[in-house]
Design a binder for this molecule. Structure first.
Ligand SMILES: NC(=O)c1ccc[n+]([C@@H]2O[C@H](COP(=O)([O-])OP(=O)(O)OC[C@H]3O[C@@H](n4cnc5c(N)ncnc54)[C@H](O)[C@@H]3O)[C@@H](O)[C@H]2O)c1
Length: 326
């Protein structure tokens, strides 16, 4: 099978590229390398192009020649930045998707796995959020993901086209140390950054209606997430998915911020004394996936727990710090 992976030089994309190569798929990557790094995927052909740039369309169509399916990761992902620069986010993420879909139509490629996000649920909360929960994103970033899903639904209604939109919950960890997340946007890298600076990590609110008072989230190991893409790809190619189908990708089990900090203390050997700050606006108490659709329809379930996630993230962080000082 030949697969074109957009954003394949990024954190999640590179994990998927490696899993595809391990099962002998042919891979071509399209990436503008703004946040990605080609060294994560040695030997893989990379077409360096910004998907949002319509002038790049002919190159994109050529890259799609002979491709069976696309896995589409390329997107900007900073929620805070999307609030400040919504026009640019829509141009990048929605414009990029429109260009990609047009190029796929020209090249006759009719299958896609799309990186969506639990951000499409907005303020929905609970210990078992199903795909049927209301989708009301609260940031332009979340909107771009929901619009992406709707574009896929519309394209699938117009022509023979099948896709899976994977709604990721909280992604962390590393499949191998050199593939870690270098962005400091999520809880695990944020705690590491504080520890590096010799500062106390912050807990925003310890008076939530949860057992230890801190927020609960569903943390998914990036290698499990990568495996979900491969499972979705197979389901599409084998004709088991009709139209565009959304799947929650999480473990179905939640961990609190305090539990996460204890796991980080254990992995790093560093004593952590968090500072308690007031709640942040918009943080729900509990956000955990109901992942049963992915289990039933894709045959996929997460296999790694919090310890694996945190240990692998810490090893990767140590490598990054050693590189910065070496
Ligand atoms: N990391 C998370 O916690 C998380 C959660 C939910 C959804 N997602 C989604 O997963 C996808 C991958 O995220 P990631 O964490 O690997 O981020 P990342 O920044 O490491 O990877 C994104 C990759 O896409 C490339 N890219 C971005 N915009 C592009 C464009 N216009 N044209 C060409 N290349 C472009 C970047 O250079 C990078 O290699 C994104 O779509 C993101 O929105 C991530």
């Amino acid at each position: 099978m030949r697969v074109l992976v957009t954003g394949g030089a990024g954190y999640i994309g590179s994990h998927v590229v490696r899993q595809l190569l391990a099962r002998e798929s042919e891979v071509v990557v399209v990436d503008d390398l703004v946040t990605g790094d080609e060294r994560r995927i040695p030997g893989v052909p990379v077409v360096r192009a910004d998907l949002a740039d319509t002038a790049e369309m002919p190159r994109l169509v050529r890259a799609l020649d002979g491709v069976d399916a696309v896995i589409h990761f390329a997107a900007r992902k900073r929620v805070d930045e999307s609030v400040l620069r919504p026009e640019w986010y829509y141009r990048q993420n929605v414009g990029g998707m429109a260009n990609l879909l047009s190029a796929m139509e020209s090249a006759g490629v009719d299958a896609m796995v799309f990186s969506s996000s639990a951000a499409v649920y907005g303020t929905s909360e609970g210990a078992s959020i199903p795909e049927s929960a209301p989708t009301e994103p609260i940031s332009p970033y979340g909107q771009t993901k929901l619009i992406g899903e709707r574009m896929l639904t519309d394209v699938a209604a117009a022509r023979a086209f099948r896709s899976a939109s994977l709604r990721y919950f909280n992604v962390a960890g590393a499949g191998s140390p050199e593939l870690g997340d270098t962005a400091v946007l999520n809880l695990v890298p944020m705690v590491f950054e504080k520890l590096d600076a010799g500062k106390s990590p912050v807990i925003f609110g310890d008076d939530y209606p949860t057992p230890d008072g801190t927020c609960i989230r569903d943390y998914i190991h990036v290698s499990d997430l990568a495996a979900a893409h491969v499972a979705a790809l197979d389901a599409i190619v084998e004709g088991r998915i009709e139209g565009n189908r959304a799947y929650n990708i999480g473990t179905g089990a939640g961990s609190s911020v305090r539990e996460m900090m204890s796991a980080i203390a254990e992995a790093s050997g560093i004593r952590i004394e968090p500072r308690i700050a007031p709640r942040r606006d918009g943080d729900a108490a509990v956000v955990v996936a109901d992942p049963s659709r992915a289990r039933d329809e894709l045959g996929w379930s997460a296999t790694r727990g919090l310890r694996d996630i945190v240990m692998s993230a810490w090893r990767s962080h140590e490598l990054l710090v050693a590189g910065a000082h070496g």
